[in-house]
Design a protein around this ligand. Structure first.
Ligand SMILES: Nc1ncnc2c1ncn2[C@@H]1O[C@H](COP(=O)(O)OP(=O)(O)OP(=O)(O)O)[C@@H](O)[C@H]1O
Length: 265
């Protein structure tokens, strides 16, 4: 690694992130880093705190939950930014992909107009250029028929196509961080694989936090895995190493229940 690369801050740095609901401590103190171009898979049982941890990175927790701790994006402390500044960060320097794009996309807006609005807001391009970029992005995401996709309403696309469009929206402003929370869980296995491959390929210059129940999906695209149990990362390491030689009893238990284990590798 060059000196320049080793001295650059990680795309994402989290230090002592604590999430509480009143007196109830849900995440006692999470610390992690993700480098540029790296995909960290966060796996763990249901209710272990994966989603609230991910949402807290974009400071999107529901009001009932409180977060403290340091979150740095390319070396800048975003936990110290105002809400107005955070609105500029979300969709710009942080892209997000969730399980169900139908509920994330406004049903009354075409896919293209949602992309155009985001491009104009975060890149300041004029509308015509933004539309060109939207068309180009959807084509890169392998959506069919240039104008047909850009002018389609979300319900007119298949589940897989909607998820491709959502990944396009997450990537269009070249974010430093992508948060992908169960992005393929609702899709059939063949489409899942295609979409994971697309995410892996297109997100090559961002850091990506990939949250999943599916060890197979995680093994297909993640460089490293972090195993979460009751709000704590109990084990973390390179994907191959963690899957072949798990150390923590919880990781072993989780892997023993994984259908097909690391079937994508
Ligand atoms: N609004 C809320 N108020 C209080 N507790 C909450 C709230 N949202 C989530 N929690 C609690 O936080 C904990 C972690 O939930 P979270 O959704 O992050 O788990 P998860 O690991 O993502 O689970 P899954 O894989 O099922 O999505 C759970 O105990 C959950 O009940």
């Amino acid at each position: 690694m060059s000196q320049l690369a080793s001295s650059a801050p990680p795309s994402l740095g989290v230090n002592g992130l604590r999430i509480t609901a009143g007196d109830n401590v849900l995440v006692p103190g999470l610390s992690l880093t993700i480098g540029r171009g790296e995909i960290l898979g966060m796996v763990g049982a249901s209710g272990s705190g994966k989603t609230i941890s991910a949402f807290s990175l974009a400071r999107l927790l529901p009001e009932a939950l409180t977060q403290t701790g340091e979150i740095s994006l390319e070396g800048e402390r975003i936990d110290l930014l105002s809400e107005a500044q955070m609105r500029q960060v979300r969709g710009g320097r942080i892209g997000m992909v969730f399980q169900d794009p139908l509920s994330s996309f406004n049903p009354l807006r075409t896919v293209g107009s949602i992309l155009v609005e985001s491009i104009c807001r975060h890149q300041g391009l004029p509308a015509r250029q933004a539309r060109e970029l939207a068309i180009e992005t959807l084509a890169t995401m392998r959506l069919p028929g240039r104008d047909a996709s850009v002018d389609a309403y979300p319900h007119m696309l298949s589940g897989g196509q909607r998820q491709r469009a959502m990944i396009g929206l997450a990537l269009v402003n070249q974010p430093a961080l992508i948060i992908a929370d169960e992005p393929t869980t609702a899709l059939d296995p063949t489409v899942q694989l295609q979409i994971l491959a697309l995410l892996r390929h297109q997100a090559s210059s961002a850091a990506c936090l990939f949250i999943t129940h599916d060890i197979g999906a995680a093994s297909a695209i993640c460089d490293r895995l972090a195993v979460m149990n009751e709000g704590v990362i109990v084990e973390e390491g390179p994907t191959d190493q963690l899957l072949s030689s798990p150390v923590h009893p919880f990781t072993r238990e989780l892997l023993s229940h994984a259908p097909g284990g690391a079937r994508f590798r």
